[in-house]
Design a protein. Structure first.
Length: 312
């Protein structure tokens, strides 16, 4: 009945925004929302689309059920599993990439030459997060993975053949040739990564614009940015005052460049008249978020569209 009435009356919206919302008021409003829904939505999104540009250091050895190092690791399958530097480095690269790395399947001292000949990964003499460091000294050489870089100090993770299962080890940049077995060859860069622990600030959110779209729903856009880890997900939780939060839905938006947007059909919320509560949650790839909220009044007695912007 309401839907037919809206369509036949050339319906539009009057927008009433809660501007100047104090931080305490925002948090109070936030507490009323079922936050378990956003946690579940973010977890699902991360599982479906891993964020390969983020890097988290490994500081403990892998468990036996970690397929990267055991069940799916060709070194382990071939009888040269942990403890072994090649089995570990291959497994760690596999874990970082989320896909099988294109690295040599021989002794550690063959890894550098193999990559140089194939040109599959870029390489160099400067450490980067996630890089494979290669030494050609001794009869077999050695490989390990760069886990952290703090000033001139590099922390790597490694395993040693028939010796140490796992350890973190530090050395000074420029002293690679005197480290481990010697004969430093260089670093193989399997990707470009951002230290997840380095991003401690939430993303920026501004210029939220709410409009009616052809009488069918609400179109919301906002400017979002995060200089370090980038924008991960944007959610628009919406519910109507009528009936409390019985129609609460966490709508997931899309991001193109620095513009987040979402179309919310009125039909998703029972095509109700009255107050619509709209929040915007912007998550960066390190898990920090920024939110803001607005209330919108949808009425069937207006003949012109309203359009306003809300700044966080």
């Amino acid at each position: 009945m309401k839907k037919n009435l809206i369509k036949s009356a050339c319906v539009s919206l009057a927008f009433v925004l809660c501007l100047g919302m104090a931080p305490g008021a925002v948090m109070a409003e936030e507490a009323e929302v079922d936050l378990t829904q956003i946690a579940q939505a973010v977890e699902t999104a991360e599982e479906a689309a891993p964020l390969p540009n983020l890097f988290s250091a490994r500081t403990t050895g892998p468990d036996s059920d970690n397929a990267y190092y055991f069940a799916n690791n060709p070194y382990s399958q071939g009888g040269y599993g942990l403890p072994n530097c090649t089995a570990y480095a291959f497994g760690r690269a596999y874990e970082i990439l989320g896909s099988t790395p294109n690295l040599a399947m021989g002794n550690a001292n063959s890894w550098w030459a193999y990559n140089q000949s194939t040109g599959y990964y870029p390489s160099g003499s400067t450490p980067k997060l996630g890089a494979v460091i290669c030494w050609g000294g001794s009869s077999d050489g050695h490989v390990a993975i760069v886990e952290a870089i703090n000033g001139n100090t590099v922390t790597l993770s490694e395993s040693t053949y028939s010796g140490i299962f796992f350890q973190n080890y530090t050395y000074t940049i420029g002293a690679e040739d005197a480290t481990s077995v010697g004969g430093f060859q260089g670093y193989i860069y399997i990707g470009d990564y951002i230290d997840a622990a380095a991003d401690t600030t939430p993303p920026a959110l501004s210029d939220v614009l709410v409009t009616d779209y052809q009488g069918e729903g609400i179109k919301i856009t906002a400017l979002v940015s995060d200089d370090l880890s980038g924008i991960g997900q944007v959610y628009f939780p919406v519910w109507t005052e009528n009936g409390g939060q019985d129609d609460l839905i966490w709508h997931e938006g899309t991001v193109e460049g620095n513009v987040a947007s979402c179309f919310i059909p009125y039909s998703d919320h029972n095509t109700e008249l009255g107050d619509y509560n709209v929040h915007v949650y912007v998550y960066d790839n390190a898990g920090h978020y920024t939110m803001t909220g607005t209330a919108i009044t949808k009425a069937d007695t207006f003949t012109s569209l309203g359009e306003v912007a809300l700044e966080s």
